[in-house]
Design a protein around this ligand. Structure first.
Ligand SMILES: NC(=O)c1ccc[n+]([C@@H]2O[C@H](COP(=O)([O-])OP(=O)(O)OC[C@H]3O[C@@H](n4cnc5c(N)ncnc54)[C@H](O)[C@@H]3O)[C@@H](O)[C@H]2O)c1
Length: 293
């Protein structure tokens, strides 16, 4: 069965990742159905999306007509049945196996047979998410990087039951959407997080041990290694609570002590210092506008 992708549904489009993925799809010319259970999140995402596209126009990356066209391709909804019009559904809902399995099961009942399901999970198994949904052969891993509207990389992973042609169709869609896919196994953390989670924890332990301040560690990494962003800036962007969840997903599987949650991270999360989204993490922030344009 071949799938021509014209319409994309993004589930969890009121969230951090879903909002960015919806921008990627709409900007690339696809009719985009942005679905979320929470209208408030969708309203916030729409406002941020308009602001993001306006910045793109200011910076000469989009014309006003292209901005208007991209926004006109974006529809928001809290009605799951609207996603039944999609050829490709990308889910970016909460990182909980039962939530994702339940969503794909319900989507399976309402979507046409050809519709491909993709999961943006960071830590869960694609094979397990697909298990029992009724179209295990049409589910792929499609892991975008934060912020999705600016980062080109997508880690693509097939589940054990994924049909090769379906994987290729999803891969080709990422290229058509202007992204850069890499193929990786269905393993927790895929490539980037598997390497980054222990490294970020090393950095947090170095801050805790007083090796240097967060700012000086970031300065050293950026200046000495040529990274665009320091690790503490990156952890603030990812979210300190998300870093805890990543540790909790990896450590029981890998038993790598570097993947265990650092005590300072736990304390900062308990104090509400969750990073950019909370206005405070290793640094302090004002405003919660989307990045770039
Ligand atoms: N934050 C990151 O850095 C990052 C990076 C790559 C991938 N991811 C993955 O993306 C997914 C979402 O993460 P996030 O950080 O955007 O989370 P988030 O909490 O910001 O957003 C999740 C959204 O999903 C919605 N939602 C929850 N259950 C739903 C359901 N059943 N149907 C429809 N909408 C539902 C919520 O209302 C919320 O708007 C997770 O799987 C996460 O692992 C996150």
């Amino acid at each position: 069965m071949t799938t021509e992708i014209k319409t994309v549904a993004v589930c969890g489009a009121g969230g951090t990742m879903g909002a960015g993925i919806a921008i990627v799809a709409a900007r690339a010319g696809y009719r985009t159905i942005a679905y979320d259970v929470a209208q408030e999140g969708l309203n916030r995402a729409l406002k941020q999306t308009d602001g993001f596209f306006s910045k793109s126009v200011e910076r000469g990356k989009l014309s006003q007509e292209e901005k208007d066209a991209a926004l006109s391709r974006l529809e928001v909804t809290t009605v799951l049945e609207d996603a039944a019009q999609a050829d490709l559904v990308i889910e970016a809902v909460f990182e909980k196996l039962e939530v994702k399995q339940d969503l794909f099961g319900r989507l399976n009942a309402i979507c046409p047979e050809h519709t491909i399901f993709a999961s943006n999970t960071s830590t869960l198994s694609i094979t397990e998410i697909a298990s029992g949904c009724g179209r295990e052969d049409r589910v792929v891993g499609m892991h975008f990087c934060l912020p999705a509207q600016l980062m080109k990389l997508i880690e693509m992973s097939p589940g054990l039951n994924t049909d090769d042609a379906v994987f290729k169709a999803a891969w080709d869609w990422t290229l058509a959407a202007g992204q850069t896919p890499v193929e990786t196994q269905d393993k927790p953390g895929f490539i980037l997080n598997a390497l980054l989670v222990p490294f970020n924890n090393d950095v947090i332990r170095a801050v805790e041990a007083g090796v240097a301040t967060a700012a000086d560690i970031d300065k050293a990494i950026k200046t000495g290694l040529g990274y665009k962003m320091g690790p503490c800036e990156l952890i603030d962007l990812i979210g300190l609570d998300t870093q805890v969840r990543l540790c909790e997903a990896f450590y029981p599987i890998t038993h790598d002590p570097r993947a265990a949650t650092p005590p300072l991270l736990r304390r900062m999360v308990a104090a509400g210092h969750l990073g950019r989204k909370a206005g405070r993490g290793f640094y302090e922030y004002s405003g919660n506008a989307m990045f770039g344009g």
